[in-house]
Write a protein that binds this ligand. Structure first.
Ligand SMILES: O=C[C@H](O)[C@H](O)COP(=O)(O)O
Ligand SMILES: C=C(OP(=O)(O)O)C(=O)O
Length: 449
């Protein structure tokens, strides 16, 4: 084996371990052909960009920056349109501007975007009216329609995921570097939100302060070009390991492996088994890695994850994304943070206030209460304040569209409204106005901190 082949084999060591949540592809030969084709495709991101994000997340881990990570629960192939991508990006940029001003630290902006096509599920099958079919696992695996044909896993979809991610990333790069993301424009959008939102009055003072700060910078002669571009990174759950390892490449500069399907990848709550394939895969790549930690996580689990994924104790390499639930975070998070901090590891602590707060409404819609989401973030800030550690950021499922999937918010969505624009293929997302509410309210918390 040549040195390169040996290194590349490092991206496949997961194959001898149990891999949870993988699709049952009916045609293994077709899968092998798709993997071979994906292996020949160009990278979607460059190793140097992943390194840069690792450095930015290092600042988050040290308490010098805040992470805003957000986007769809599940991206969909038929939603790879300019409007949807622009709206999502616009929402994240608006949230980022508010948080930057309130925190007075850089906000690292990372989308759940350009690769978030695969979903872990609670059950392998779904039954409707006596008919049982494989569960929908994301557009990368099967179709949402409840027919045997749509629900059969099709590896050709992995290629569609690559192309959809590529098209999305291309537009995101154009928007973030081509003038669309200009901070003054982003601020003007925020002013419109404050004017039109029923809870806008509460945010007016902050919006006015941002306005004054921008005018001050203008008056000082700050180069307007400086406002025009923004750093924005992609991320998704590294779930379907055949896809992720087919997109794993050796960096010619360093000889290290990078998963070039996205800048940052995370391992989900359902696939973070310490002796499982996902952690093994993540341990081999140099991308910044996130791991979701639910309420059953023990401090020993967290310390072993650090040992496996961040043996060099490099700030920025490992991000713990806690998703405990509003009722549990205040009880479960302190011990994890205390023991990890005592171990000397510098991980970034991020709050996902979505996944521990899902419930089914009487109408059958999966939903989340805005107040629970907010309360989990509050609990997260409280715990970090009491321990003297850094509440490093938030990880949110959101869309830039006016969907009706989560209840509550300033422009209140009621349970009876859920059916109106319930468009998610999996979990409920905050809509545009709820996302901006959250940003303004988190900004207040950050200031109090
Ligand atoms: O987004 C997270 C999971 O994929 C999702 O919560 C699983 O949902 P399920 O419990 O309906 O399978
Ligand atoms: C599946 C997800 O979350 P978790 O692993 O925390 O359940 C997700 O973020 O899409």
């Amino acid at each position: 084996m040549t040195v390169n082949a040996e290194i590349h084999a490092g991206g496949n060591t997961w194959r001898s371990l149990p891999a949870a949540q993988q699709p049952e592809w009916p045609d293994q030969e077709a899968l092998r052909d798709v993997i071979a084709e994906l292996e020949s495709y160009p990278p979607l991101v460059f190793a140097g960009e992943c390194d840069q994000l690792r450095q930015r997340l290092g600042a988050v881990a040290r308490g010098e920056a805040f992470l805003l990570q957000g986007g769809d629960c599940a991206e969909a192939f038929d939603a790879v349109g300019a409007d949807q991508i622009r709206n999502k990006l616009k929402t994240l940029l608006q949230m980022g501007a508010v948080l930057t001003y309130a925190g007075q630290v850089p906000v690292v902006k990372v989308g759940r975007i350009a690769g978030q096509y695969s979903k872990p599920r609670s059950k392998p099958t779904e039954t409707r009216d006596g008919v049982t079919l494989p569960t929908y696992r994301g557009d990368s695996v099967n179709g949402f329609a409840f027919t045997a044909e749509a629900r059969t896993p099709d590896p050709q979809r992995l290629k569609r995921m690559y192309h959809a991610s590529s098209a999305t990333l291309n537009l995101v790069r154009a928007f973030t570097t081509g003038g669309y993301a200009d901070l003054r424009q982003v601020h003007a959008w925020n002013q419109d939100f404050v004017k039109s939102s029923p809870s806008g009055q509460r945010y007016e003072a902050l919006a006015r302060e941002i306005d004054r700060a921008l005018n001050f910078m203008n008056a000082c002669g700050t180069d307007p070009e400086e406002f025009k571009t923004v750093e924005f990174y992609s991320s998704h759950e590294a779930l379907i390991l055949d896809y992720e390892s087919a997109l794993t490449r050796t960096d010619s500069r360093t000889g290290n492996l990078y998963d070039v399907s996205g800048h940052m990848v995370w391992i989900g709550e359902r696939t973070r088994q310490l002796d499982g394939a996902h952690i093994e895969f993540a341990s081999r790549i140099r991308n910044p890695i996130g791991v979701k930690l639910g309420p059953t996580t023990t401090a020993e689990d967290a310390l072993t994850l650090i040992e496996r994924l961040d043996p060099e104790r490099e700030p920025g390499r490992l991000t713990f994304i806690t998703r405990m639930g509003a009722g549990k975070i205040r009880d479960h998070l302190p011990e994890l943070v205390e023991k990890v901090t005592a171990s000397g590891a510098q991980v970034a602590w991020i709050c996902d206030p979505m996944h521990g707060n899902t419930f089914e409404a009487a109408s059958g819609h999966k939903t989340r209460r805005f107040d629970d989401v907010l309360d989990e973030v509050k609990g997260f800030f409280e715990v970090h304040k009491s321990l003297g550690t850094h509440p490093g950021g938030i990880h949110v499922e959101l869309t830039g569209d006016d969907v009706t999937e989560c209840v509550g918010g300033g422009d209140e969505i009621f349970v009876d409204d859920l059916h109106q624009r319930y468009e998610t293929a999996c979990d409920p997302r905050l809509n545009r106005s709820q996302s901006l509410d959250l940003a303004f309210l988190v900004a207040e918390m950050y200031r109090d901190q």
